[in-house]
Write a protein that binds this ligand. Sequence first.
Ligand SMILES: C[S@@+](CC[C@H](N)C(=O)[O-])C[C@H]1O[C@@H](n2cnc3c(N)ncnc32)[C@H](O)[C@@H]1O
Length: 217
Amino acid sequence: MSLSMGVRLKRFLIHAGVEIMPFIPLPGEWYRKLLVRDSDKRYVSGRWAYMKEVAESHRYSLIIGCCEYYKSRDRKILDVGCGEGILQRRMAYTEYLGVDMNAEAISLAKSREDEHTRFFLTPAESYQPASLYDVIVFNESLYYIPNPLTVFEHYRAALAPDGIVIVCMFQTNLARRIWKKLSMNNMVELTAIKISNELGFASMIKVYADALIHPAK
Ligand SMILES: C[S@@+](CC[C@H](N)C(=O)[O-])C[C@H]1O[C@@H](n2cnc3c(N)ncnc32)[C@H](O)[C@@H]1O
């Protein structure tokens, strides 16, 4: 069935916007505030529902694949900006903690709490992890958080010595600036995978480990 003119035009504009977006140098803080405002509305209106659909499932699958590859056992996971816990639903772990500042998302997730699984309502920047984690995940969340590099460092202190950090971000200008700085912080990049969804939104998934423990790739 051929697409209507309206749908084709919409797709064209989305593709053009997606291509241009990483090169628009908006001040990082403006960009972040726009994202956060949009994110909060999405939980109420249900516009995050698409993240559970097949078009987004490759992102979760790859993150889970990286976890399984680098941490085949004893997976104690901290999911920062976990939303309603889509990742938690699909992954195997010995212990999982998801933190998010959105009350709607955490209340949806809490029905799945059990002795191995907890969700906690908190801004990521003010949460103090009480133990060490084998895997720390920032899945589409790091650029929403104020001072993302400081927060990344804050969570690194909660990484088990041979643990990994997995970061996934859509390719935006803010993400480009964050990636550049993350690569200068004494962590070794074990993997970098670029993916795109059906609308052409490209994401990058990177896996980091402590440079002292994994001195070379
Ligand atoms: C695009 S959603 C991603 C959700 C989830 N990681 C996933 O991929 O299914 C971004 C999430 O980051 C959360 N978030 C934004 N700013 C935050 C902050 N400062 N502290 C904790 N969570 C935050 C939002 O509430 C939202 O749930």
